[in-house]
Design a protein around this ligand. Structure first.
Ligand code: HEC
Ligand code: HEC
Length: 317
């Protein structure tokens, strides 16, 4: 082999390794499938009082039967909005059957909970308070009596809210609307192609090419549809998901597609918290949702891309 042929082979093999990567085309497809986070969902200056009341309630342990549980116990503001437990222990250490999804960016999801039984973060926030295995309060009156004090009455007044149960949800919801977590991927979507490494961009391209985007799309890379877990291969679970809400047989085993923002930090994965490693979750997706056994180099690149979705800020306390 002469020198020219050798150089030709080296150049070609590098081009091959980069998989004919067309920077502009990948960015354009990404901008079609996903959206950067908005800067704001709520006017933080105008709504300062309701937001700070909401934050105080989010952290309030008095709002539980045992006086030891707050929203923050399962959705840590310094822990990417999760508790990193397979399923969550509630007020007397009983456990529910589902993994706690992150409260970060949840306000952008088109519905709340794995089965979508609540429409927004305001209505969602009232559920856990009266749930026997979460905050464990008996009823609305008990919830209010737990926090009734001159301090809270004044704070509700300052936030322009009547001191009632529904407004606890309103205030917590207003606070949750501030929990947006911009990542390097958002910089990329806004046009800064240097915000991601080459491997992360290759992972992004594979994510789109393999068809992960048919379910994980939009601003949260998920959160906007219900999809069957085990689309091409039956996934073993007792949880009927969306069916519990609609009672339509076609909704059996459908779950709200989880957001992939901060996914590196929000394990264990799936509605049942059965997988501890992100890599495993990616591999299971290939197998059960796409009918593909993903090879090591695919898993490496997809995992690298997914880590680029981690927030640049690590505490919202
Ligand atoms: C004991 C643990 C626990 C506590 C306490 C708790 N949650 Fe949750 N949270 C969960 C679990 C588990 C789910 C999923 C349940 C389901 O889908 O059926 C969930 C779901 C959510 C969701 C839905 C996110 C999405 O994308 O679907 C939000 C938002 C949320 N919780 C916020 C809150 C707020 C606000 C509070 C306090 C009022 C709170 N949680 C208290 C465990 C907890
Ligand atoms: C047919 C729709 C569909 C496709 C295609 C799909 N997913 Fe998913 N994905 C889901 C659903 C639904 C869940 C939640 C399943 C559950 O909890 O049982 C999920 C969960 C995940 C999770 C775990 C997130 C968490 O917080 O628990 C990761 C990671 C993930 N998907 C990545 C991918 C990747 C990477 C691809 C492409 C290789 C992909 N998904 C393709 C629907 C899909």
């Amino acid at each position: 082999m002469n020198l020219l042929t050798a150089i030709f082979f080296i150049v070609m093999s590098q081009a091959f390794a980069q998989g004919n990567f067309n920077e502009e085309e990948v960015l354009r497809s990404a901008q079609e499938s996903f959206k950067a986070l908005p800067d704001k969902l709520i006017d933080e200056a105008q709504s300062r009082n309701i937001i700070s009341l909401g934050k105080k309630l989010y952290l309030e342990k008095k709002l539980s039967a045992s006086g030891t549980i707050s929203c923050n116990s399962c959705h840590g503001l310094d822990n990417y909005g999760v508790d990193n437990q397979a399923t969550s222990p509630g007020h007397d250490s009983t456990r529910g059957a589902r993994n706690s999804p992150t409260s970060f960016n949840a306000a952008l999801n088109s519905s709340q909970f794995w089965d979508g039984r609540e429409k927004d973060v305001e209505s969602q926030a009232l559920g856990p308070l009266l749930n026997p295995i979460e905050h464990g309060l008996k009823d609305k009156a008990e919830a209010l009596s737990k926090i009734k004090s001159n301090e809270y009455i004044a704070l509700f007044k300052k936030a322009n809210l009547k001191f009632d149960f529904e407004n606890i949800g309103k205030a917590i919801g207003a606070f949750e609307r501030t929990l947006l977590t911009p990542s390097r991927f958002d910089d990329y979507l806004k046009g800064d192609t240097t915000a991601l490494s080459f491997q992360e961009k290759r992972g992004l391209k594979k994510f789109m090419r393999l068809g992960c985007t048919s379910c994980h799309s939009g601003v949260n890379l998920g959160g906007n549809s219900f999809q069957k877990m085990g689309l091409v291969k039956k996934y073993p679970t007792k949880d009927l998901g969306r069916y519990d809400v609609t009672k339509r047989s076609r909704d059996k085993y459908k779950f709200k597609v989880p957001t992939l923002r901060n996914v590196e930090k929000t394990g264990p994965y799936l509605h049942d918290g059965s997988l501890t490693k992100l890599r495993e979750a990616i591999s299971i997706m290939g197998e059960y949702q796409l009918g593909k056994k993903l090879r090591k180099h695919h898993l490496d690149d997809l995992e690298a891309f997914m880590k680029a979705l981690t927030s640049k800020k690590d505490s919202y306390l």
